[in-house]
Design a protein around this ligand. Sequence first.
Ligand SMILES: [Fe+2]
Ligand SMILES: [Fe+2]
Length: 351
Amino acid sequence: MFKLNVSDLNIGTRLGKDLFSADGSLLLKETTIINKDHLDRFKKRGIDEVYIAEEIVNAPQEKKEAAHIPNEKAFEKIYLESTHSVKEFLTKAKLGQPLEAAEVLEIVDTLFTQLFDGFNIFKNISILKEKDDYLFKHSINVAILCMLSGRWMNMNEHNVKQLGLAGVLHDIGKVFIDDKILNKDDALTNEEYQEMKKHAFLGYNYVNKLDWVNNPIAEAVLLHHERMDGRGYPNGVKDYGNNIFAPVLAVCDVYDAVTSERVYSNKRSPFAAADILWEESFGRLDPVVTSIFFNKIGDLLLGSTVKLSNGEIGKVVFTDAFRPTRPLIKVGNLFYNLGKEREIHIMEIIS
Ligand SMILES: [Fe+2]
Ligand SMILES: [Fe+2]
């Protein structure tokens, strides 16, 4: 491992050491393969030097080629394989068969080791999302977002993986809900909604019987729709007790739901989704988890080029820690402070 000036860094090189920002948060994990996005971000953040894995520099030809696989492709491959595995094990659960630890934990391990290049994942999740396979992709997305959040909250590796497991399993109860309700395109009737709400309890019941799933994970599955104003379900409790996974799961679940095409007709930019999450969070979701989530979205979008609802294109030049979804945008020589100009929204992130 040795230090390299960022200006000498090539796309496809592998990081030799975790890379942290000035405030100590993890930016990129050791072994991340550098892509163009990373190089742009290093420039934006004023990062001049990084540690490079030595073995890649002296690696035989085939290893070098492996390191040049574009990150997005690698992500897509893992994402689709994981989605396929979730599809398989949810089908098994639907048939009433118990899940083996290995088939589920393998997904979590793969996501854990491969996907800690956080910010690209945020973008890629929204690109890969489609209407079909909603439940499978949603389960994977929530697992990824939960593990990222666990990292941001400085949880240890065990708890981060437990969060991933909670994410993968959280909606397993939906396989016991009538397909007609589950796949309905229109809004659910009150009766159907009452039926749908049973998934939290049904999921808990199923997961609780698996001896390899710890109690707090089964409990998080039960609690993921509970809200701190007592208006959640299934029990309308006002807190998550001592469960450290449930508040994270609840935030990541809402975030993925509001960015998904299934719930809303158009894909939303992370800013718009975060706006909804912000509204949802007041008195309803855990404030510590949501503020960490918001700050990361702010970090991600600082320096991005965005399209505004008035048709103009500008650059995000400042994000406010208290309202990162409403940043300051520079359009030519003009500045729009979206914190004040409430009628203007970010429609799309261009780059
Ligand atoms: Fe759910
Ligand atoms: Fe969910």
